[in-house]
Design a protein around this ligand. Structure first.
Ligand code: ADP
Length: 478
C-alpha cells in the first residue's frame, strides 16, 4: 500500500489471496489494509491538501502527471500481466484495460494545464454599487476513490488522475478481487514520480468496512465511485452524514433497439461481440436486445451464430476474446439469473452452461435467451455475464417503453438504416448515453454517466474534469 509517501504492509501484517480466474489458483497476495490504515491515509491526504502547494501549483501537477504517464508507459507490459492475471481479461482485448488509460493520463495532464481556473462573470448592480464578479474553480479537497474489479487499472486512472490534476489529494481503495492494479500504481507513483507524500495514497483491503470508512470520514470532501447500484446507495448514505460531494457511476441494464430497417448482419454480430469481450462484465453493455417481431427469427439466427462461435478460452492465448468470469461467486450469479430467465419462460437459444472444453476457470458459454419477458428478473437485473436477452416488439413506441422499463439509465443503442429516425429513438431513451449504429458514445472527450439509479455526475469531457472542482464566486468593487 502507499500511505503518506511510504510503501507499506497492512497494520498487523494481514494479507489476502489474489486468484487467477482462468486457473482458479492463488497466484499471490495483497496487503489487507485495516480501518486504521485507511484513517492514516485520509489523514495524510488531508494534511497534503491543507499544507502543501499541490492545490495551487498547476505546472508542478502537470510535471508530475507527465512523469507518471512516462513511468506507466515503461511498465506497460507488467501492468498488462497484472490486469490479465487479476481480471482474466484476454490479452487480445486488453487495449482498453491498459494502453488507453495510460494515454488518458497524458490527456488529463494537458486538459488540466489548459483549463481556465478563473472566469470573468462581469459587473453586476448591487445596493452597495457595481460589483465585479470573478469565478474561481478550485479543487474539491480530499477525494476518496473507490473502484471495482471489471476494468481496475482503467478505473483507478479514470477516478484519480483528473482528481489529482484538478488539485485534489486522493485516497484510492481498489476492489478486493483486483488489488494489484492499485498497489502497482501506488508503487510507481512513490518510486518514479515527484508526487509529494500524502497527495496520492492506495489502501488495499479485503474488507468492505475499509471502503465504508473512507466514504464516512469527515475529513474527506468528495467520493468518486464506480460499482454496483447497491454499493452506490450505501456510499451515498454514508456520504450524506457530512454532505460530501459524490460522483457515482453505477449499474446499467441497457437496451438495444433494433429498428425494422436495420442492417442486422452488421449490427447483431457486433452486439454479440460486445456481450462477450469483457465476459459481459461491463456496465454499459446493451444486454437487452429488442427485435421487431417481423424480423425476430432472422435476428435470433444471426445472434446465435455469432455467440456460438465466439472465441472463449485461456486469456493468455492470442485470438481468444472472451476469458472467464472474475470469480466463482460471479459465475454463480450469472447462472442464477439465466435459470431465473428459464423459469419465467425464456428459451435458451445457445449457451447456458460451462464450456465443455474449459472445466477449470470460471468460464460461462456465451448465452442467448429468447422470448424474454421484459418484467422478469433476467430483463431487470444487471447480469454481468456474456448473456444477451431478446424480446420481440411490434411498434416503435412499444420498443421505447420496454427500453425505458428499468431502474437504470446508463446507456443504450439504436440500430436502423435511417439515421435521423434512429436518432429520434435515441432521444427518447431515458439514459445518459446512446450508441447509434455501432458508433460508440464512449470516449475521454465526451461526458459519460447515468441517470435514474445508474449514477450521479459525469466522467470524461470537460464536465468530467469540472466534477473535481468547486466554483467560488468572488464579488469586489468594480
Ligand atoms: P461487487 O459487489 O461486484 O464486488 P461493488 O460495487 O460492491 O462490486 O464493489 C465496488 C467497490 O466498492 C469495491 O472496491 C468494494 O470494496 C467497495 N465497497 C463495497 N462495499 C462498500 C461500502 N459499503 N462502502 C464503500 N465501499 C464499498
Amino acid at each position: 500500500m502507499l500511505i503518506d509517501g511510504e510503501l507499506q504492509v497492512a497494520a498487523g501484517g494481514g494479507r489476502f489471496d489474489v486468484v487467477h480466474p482462468a486457473t482458479e489458483k492463488v497466484v499471490g497476495q495483497a496487503a489487507d489494509g485495516t480501518v486504521g490504515d485507511m484513517e492514516r491515509a485520509v489523514g495524510a491526504a488531508r494534511r497534503a491538501f491543507d499544507t502543501t502547494d499541490w492545490a495551487r501549483d498547476v505546472e508542478f501537477r502537470y510535471h508530475c502527471l507527465i512523469q507518471l504517464a512516462d513511468a506507466l508507459e515503461r511498465h506497460k507490459e507488467q501492468l498488462r500481466r497484472i490486469v490479465v492475471t487479476e481480471v482474466g481479461c484476454p490479452v487480445s482485448v486488453s487495449r482498453s484495460q491498459v494502453d488507453e488509460p495510460i494515454d488518458e493520463v497524458r490527456h488529463w495532464a494537458e486538459h488540466g494545464r489548459a483549463f481556465e481556473y478563473v472566469a470573468d462573470n462581469g459587473v453586476h448592480d448591487t445596493p452597495m454599487g457595481p460589483a465585479l464578479r470573478k469565478i474561481f474553480y478550485e479543487p474539491a479537497g480530499v477525494v476518496g476513490a473507490i473502484t471495482p474489479w471489471n476494468v481496475p487499472f482503467y478505473l483507478n486512472i479514470a477516478e484519480t488522475v483528473p482528481a489529482l490534476m484538478a488539485g485534489n489529494t486522493v485516497v484510492l481503495k481498489p476492489a478486493q478481487l483486483t488489488p494489484w492494479s492499485g498497489s502497482e500504481l501506488g508503487r510507481i507513483v512513490a518510486e518514479e514520480t515527484d508526487i509529494p507524500a500524502g497527495v496520492f495514497n492506495v489502501v488495499t483491503s479485503n474488507a468492505n468496512e475499509v471502503g465504508a470508512a473512507l466514504s464516512a470520514d469527515p475529513r474527506v470532501d468528495m467520493i468518486t465511485f464506480t460499482g454496483s447500484t447497491a454499493t452506490g446507495r450505501a456510499i451515498l448514505a454514508a456520504a450524506a452524514a457530512t454532505v460530501k460531494k459524490t460522483l457515482l457511476e453505477l449499474g446499467g441494464k441497457s437496451a438495444h433497439i433494433v429498428l425494422d430497417d436495420a442492417d442486422l448482419s452488421a449490427s447483431l454480430p457486433l452486439a454479440a461481440m460486445m456481450a462477450c469481450v469483457m465476459s459481459g462484465q461491463s456496465c454499459i453493455l446493451p444486454s437487452r436486445i429488442l427485435l421487431p417481431r417481423k424480423r425476430y427469427d432472422e435476428g435470433l439466427a444471426i445472434l446465435e451464430t455469432s455467440m456460438a462461435n465466439f472465441p472463449v478460452g485461456d486469456p493468455w492465448t492470442p485470438g481468444v476474446m472472451q476469458g472467464p468470469q472474475i470469480s466463482q461467486t460471479q459465475r454463480e450469479k450469472v447462472f442464477g439469473l439465466i435459470q431465473s430467465g428459464i423459469d419465467s419462460g425464456a428459451r435458451v437459444v445457445t449457451g447456458g452452461s460451462v464450456p465443455e472444453n474449459l472445466p477449470v476457470g470460471y468460464y460461462v458459454q456465451p448465452t442467448l435467451l429468447a422470448d424474454v419477458d421484459p418484467n422478469s428478473r433476467v430483463a431487470q437485473e444487471e447480469i454481468f455475464g456474456p448473456v444477451l436477452t431478446v424480446t420481440p416488439y411490434d411498434t416503435e413506441d412499444e420498443a421505447v417503453a420496454i427500453a425505458n422499463n428499468s431502474i437504470y439509465g446508463l446507456s443504450g443503442e439504436v440500430s436502423g438504416a435511417d439515421v435521423d429516425r434512429a436518432l429520434s429513438v435515441a432521444r427518447r431513451m431515458r439514459t445518459g448515453n446512446v450508441t447509434v449504429n455501432g458508433r460508440s458514445h464512449f470516449g475521454i472527450r465526451s461526458p459519460f454517466g447515468g441517470i435514474k439509479q445508474s449514477g450521479l455526475g459525469r466522467r470524461n469531457g470537460d464536465e468530467g474534469f469540472k466534477e473535481y472542482l468547486e466554483s467560488k464566486t468572488v464579488g469586489m468593487p468594480a
